[in-house]
Design a protein around this ligand. Structure first.
Ligand code: ADP
Length: 666
């Protein structure tokens, strides 16, 4: 039916009646049901020609279309999850292990029968509570006095403790203190006679969850215990409960998220936060004008048709800079298990429970995520692949997928390892596999086109390196490092960008002038400052490096980092810049196949840097032979697998003077 037709009374009544039925069958929580009915009553009195009518109609229509209480049933079979991840994704061993651990904890928390301790010296009260709570399917243990209770608390953990306030020797406050001391997350409910409500309130100030007055009402006991349990569970699951996949593009973050959803039997939804400019995109617009809409979170839930999808929030590290409203608080509310049980979208204006959603966020660089958000996350690094891993991923996953997608399943071409290696080294330069997939797709498409144009062409094609060149044209990337010669004032460095690690060439030049430092190449503030610091260090130690003093008096110095369109920042180029300057000022060429990364202090010390794995992978891609890194990064390097380090000579140092002879040719 159309909601927008201006109609006669009969039609109006029919519309209202139909909505009433949809409200009844939407399985809404009672407080939402009340609001929906109220809105509908208002609508019934509104003239269908009025603008408010359409607004009201669309709103109710939206309310009833949400999956208020519809959940998919989780498949909690860890072996199956492991199998699905292994079938879809090559390598990523550590990542998969961490995900399985995370799922295992969730499963434990969700599946366990809640444990409750009832402490009361009155037998009838004790048995009553035992009876009520066992009916709720909790596992209940009782104690008949404070001392017994404390003994039990020594031996095992409880989710909720119900304790009488007035008892001999050790009273309820004693039990409360013992519990909170030992298990801060366990919730304690005080049981008290009406007369002693004051003491119960004093107990709440000491950390009790709530109190129940005697004689108890069944319903009150049930709901209070349930609320206490919810609170306990949410604080437990809140701790590092959101997975954050951090790494460059094309390293499998999204596809792994999809696999998790599939393993759990949940729907998958994805929202990119990267381009968002306005908080309303997350939380919706107020329903004051006809074009108002709910935010993306609620919209994705509606589209998923279930209230417990796996929801991936992409690029959390990009949110913030030019964002209208308060992004951190909007997202915190979405991600915080204590607040997201009653998430309020501005358009909906009623709370929706997001606590069943499994959120996974992604970021290119986890360090860039705002602090309060990052604190809630368990960060899992996807740092990029070695050539060998890429080759396996291509042969096992990407090629079969492209063959399917380009309709070549009947005559699948066979890609040789040489062909794949050629594509990786000469047609892509990346941490992940996005371009690799694109190039393989191009080859497959050209093969498919060939079949269409030349019906009698041989069908079983072997894709060799030569064929790759025929299809993809001349090579796009060269090994900038080994293919060029050493020069004065040009030094190879390693940086960590959103796209993973990368190599840079820092160039330094001098010309007649008056002591100016010129910096070009889209350098960020931090990098500009490290350049200034490097120059100051060298000027103050000119004699040590045998640099003629007067050179600074009569010259301008220019530092440039090519590939100017790519913004570069961070302190880790400090030592590279310093070596470029020394090379320039003493006229010794720098070895191109030696790459440096390290922050430089004004006193010439080298401080540790981030993104070591990314940088080493980048060094290998570029053909670097030796990498010079800060001594303080030793542990990071030791933790890396041999595959990442293979073929590289890694030297550690903490003084800039020690680097000079390793890089500059005599
Ligand atoms: P991201 O979300 O990190 O940008 P994607 O998940 O979109 O990366 O992955 C890009 C492509 O690379 C996908 O086609 C994916 O299947 C493939 N891919 C990446 N890593 C792996 C891997 N370890 N095993 C199999 N395929 C992979």
């Amino acid at each position: 039916m159309s909601f927008f037709k201006k109609s006669d009374d009969k039609q109006h009544l029919a519309t209202i009646e139909e909505l009433r039925q949809r409200i009844d069958s939407a399985n809404m929580p009672p407080h939402i049901l009340k609001i929906a009915n109220k809105e509908l009553d208002m609508l019934a009195k509104t003239n269908p020609a009025a603008a408010e009518y359409t607004i009201g109609l669309t709103y109710i229509d939206y309310l009833v279309s949400l999956p208020w209480n519809k959940k998919t049933v989780d498949n909690l079979d860890l072996e199956r999850a492991d199998r699905i991840m292994n079938e879809r994704h090559y390598g990523l061993r550590e990542v998969k292990e961490r995900i399985l651990e995370h799922l295992a904890v969730k499963i434990m928390v969700m599946n366990r029968k809640p444990r409750i301790l009832v402490v009361d010296d009155e037998e009838i009260a004790r048995n009553n509570l035992l009876h009520i709570l066992e009916k709720e399917d909790y596992s209940v243990v009782t104690a008949s006095n404070g001392i017994e209770a404390i003994d039990m608390l020594e031996k095992s953990v409880f989710d909720v403790v119900l304790t009488d306030l007035k008892m001999e020797k050790v009273d309820g406050i004693g039990v409360l203190e013992k519990t909170k001391n030992k298990y801060p997350d366990t919730q304690v409910i005080m049981i008290t006679a009406y007369a002693a409500v004051d003491t119960a309130i004093a107990a709440i100030k000491k950390g009790a969850f709530h109190y129940i007055a005697k004689p108890f009402r069944l319903e009150e006991v049930r709901t209070t215990v349930k609320q206490a349990l919810d609170k306990k569970m949410s604080t437990v699951s809140a701790k590092g409960s959101i997975l954050c996949f951090a790494g460059p593009p094309g390293t499998g973050k999204t596809s792994l998220g999809k696999s998790i959803a599939e393993a759990l039997g949940r729907k998958f939804a994805r929202i990119s936060l990267g381009g968002m400019k306005d908080e309303a995109e997350i939380r919706g617009h107020r329903r004051t004008y006809a074009g108002a809409m709910p935010g993306r979170i609620i919209e994705e839930i509606r589209r998923a048709e279930f209230s417990n999808p796996v929801m991936m929030l992409d690029e959390v590290d990009k949110i913030g800079q030019d964002f209208k409203g308060d992004p951190a608080s909007a997202l915190l509310e979405v991600l915080d298990p204590e607040q997201n049980q009653s998430f309020i979208d501005h358009y909906m204006d009623v709370p929706f429970d997001l606590s069943n959603v499994m959120f996974i966020v992604t970021a290119n660089i986890a360090d860039n995520i705002q602090e309060p958000l990052r604190d809630r996350m368990e960060i899992i690094d996807f740092s990029g692949y070695t050539e060998d891993e890429k080759s396996k991923i291509a042969l096992l996953h990407i090629v079969p997928k492209q063959i399917r997608e380009q309709g070549l399943s009947d005559y699948p071409p066979e890609f040789t390892e040489g062909a794949i290696a050629k594509i990786i080294n000469e047609y892509t330069r990346e941490a992940g596999t996005r371009n690799l997939e694109r190039q393989i797709s191009t080859v497959c498409r050209k093969i498919a086109t060939g079949f269409v144009h030349h019906k009698d062409q041989v069908k079983n094609i072997t894709v060799s390196p030569e064929l790759v060149e025929r299809y993809l044209g001349p090579r796009k990337y060269y090994l900038e490092v080994t293919d060029e010669k050493n020069r004065v004032g040009v030094v190879t460095g390693l940086v960590w960008t959103e796209a993973g690690g990368d190599i840079i060439f820092v160039e330094a030049a001098k010309m007649k002038g008056n002591r100016e430092l010129i910096l070009t190449g889209s350098l960020g503030n931090v990098m500009r400052e490290s350049a200034q610091a490097a120059l100051s260090y060298i000027r103050s130690n000119a004699a040590f490096f045998r640099i003629p003093e007067d050179v600074f008096e009569s010259h301008d110095i220019h530092i440039h980092v090519p590939a100017g369109a790519i913004p570069k920042d961070g302190p880790s180029a400090g030592s590279t810049i310093a070596i470029a300057l020394i090379s320039l000022l003493i006229g010794r060429p720098a070895r191109r196949d030696v790459a440096i990364s390290g922050e430089l202090t004004l006193s010439g010390r080298i401080l540790p840097v981030g993104g070591i794995k990314e940088k080493l992978l980048a060094a290998r891609r570029a053909g670097v032979k030796t990498v010079i890194l800060p001594s303080k990064n030793k542990v990071d390097i030791e933790n890396l697998s041999e595959e990442v380090k293979a073929g590289l000579e890694i030297e550690l140092t903490d003084r800039i003077e020690e680097i000079v002879d390793k890089v500059l040719v005599k």
